[in-house]
Design a protein around this ligand. Structure first.
Ligand SMILES: NC(=O)C1=CN([C@@H]2O[C@H](COP(=O)(O)OP(=O)(O)OC[C@H]3O[C@@H](n4cnc5c(N)ncnc54)[C@H](O)[C@@H]3O)[C@@H](O)[C@H]2O)[C@@H](O)CC1
Ligand SMILES: [K+]
Length: 291
């Protein structure tokens, strides 16, 4: 329609490069003395909470979590257990297992929560009949494209399924900094960024996917060191619909923008027109929130 996209809040949040994400991770363990399983538990819990908020178990009872070989897959195994507790019927596909106690224990815990472990993925059509929501815990911020042969079927299942996909930290197969690229790429319905969003989580790549921030564990020293500007978490919530992205085609405006859910548009700084835009968006947020 000739309208160009107007991103009214560019620069609002800090998006990490791949190297920053890795360095931050190392700092948490080496300097701040966290253990992997501590952070993985919080990350996985926030993933399960965001999935349940968006696709609740009473409408999306049957869930499949696809787990990769690294920590992203570990987050998926934790999320699987919490989703079972939340009332989902959960299956896990974990094609490339890492022989470390951390992952073996998480898998054993899943089994004890009646999570079904499936070795073979059904064809795309059947996937749609068997599951109402997929969780993509295949690759996180350490992924370097292109995907190697062994895990291609798992990625293809996520790409080709006609079921909403919730991506953990990074939509799998995407370049961590440059987004989906030109090949047929995964199009998640929901992204849960962990600790801080990476560059591929910018609105121009995510388009109309919902975007939550989870992994509420960053110490103030890390926030200062990496100049993180993050939306505040409400109360005791473990995740936050902080970075909702919108396409609004209304009154000739085509906006692709982001706004914090609980922001009070009336009291936002900025010029009048921006304020009006944000007030419009705010109303849309509320409507979307009411479902
Ligand atoms: N620092 C943080 O904020 C935290 C990060 N966590 C999670 O940890 C993730 C990062 O974990 P990792 O560094 O273990 O790495 P990933 O889970 O991103 O993946 C690494 C694994 O994928 C494989 N891989 C990479 N490129 C591939 C390719 N092209 N084809 C096939 N396989 C490929 C690697 O061999 C390795 O086994 C984050 O994205 C997040 O999900 C959380 O567990 C907790 C805390
Ligand atoms: K992922």
């Amino acid at each position: 329609n000739g309208m160009s996209g107007n991103k009214c809040s560019t620069g609002r949040w800090k998006y990490l490069t791949q190297k920053e994400a890795t360095d931050l991770d190392i700092d948490l363990f080496n300097e701040y003395k966290f253990s992997v399983d501590q952070l993985m538990e919080l990350a996985g819990l926030s993933v399960a909470a965001a999935v349940a908020k968006t696709y609740p178990p009473h409408t999306h009872e049957s869930a499949l979590i696809i787990c990769g070989p690294g920590n992203n897959g570990g987050d998926g195994l934790v999320a699987a257990r919490h989703m079972a507790l939340f009332g989902y019927t959960v299956a896990v596909h974990y094609p490339k297992r890492t022989a470390k106690p951390l992952y073996e224990n998480l898998l054993e815990q899943c089994k004890r929560f009646d999570v079904r472990i499936i070795d073979e993925l059904p064809p795309a059509t059947e996937l749609k009949n068997s599951y109402k929501v997929l969780v993509d815990a295949l690759f996180g911020f350490s992924f370097k494209p292109p995907v190697r042969e062994q895990l291609k079927p798992a990625l293809d299942a996520l790409i080709n399924s006609d079921v909403p996909v919730c991506s953990v930290d990074i939509p799998s197969g995407w370049d961590v900094e440059n987004g989906p690229g030109s090949e047929p790429a995964l199009k998640p319905s929901l992204l849960i960024s962990l600790s801080a969003p990476k560059l591929c989580a910018q609105p121009q790549y995510l388009q109309d996917a919902k975007h939550y921030l989870g992994g509420r564990f960053l110490p103030p020293g890390i926030i200062a060191k990496y100049n993180l500007t993050l939306p505040p978490y409400p109360g005791q919530e473990q995740m936050k619909p902080a970075l909702l992205h919108f396409h609004i085609n209304q009154a000739g405006i085509d906006l692709n923008t982001e706004i914090p859910l609980q922001a009070d548009a009336m009291s936002m700084p900025g010029d009048r027109s921006l304020k009006d835009e944000r007030r419009n968006l705010y109303i849309c947020v509320r409507v979307e929130e009411l479902g």
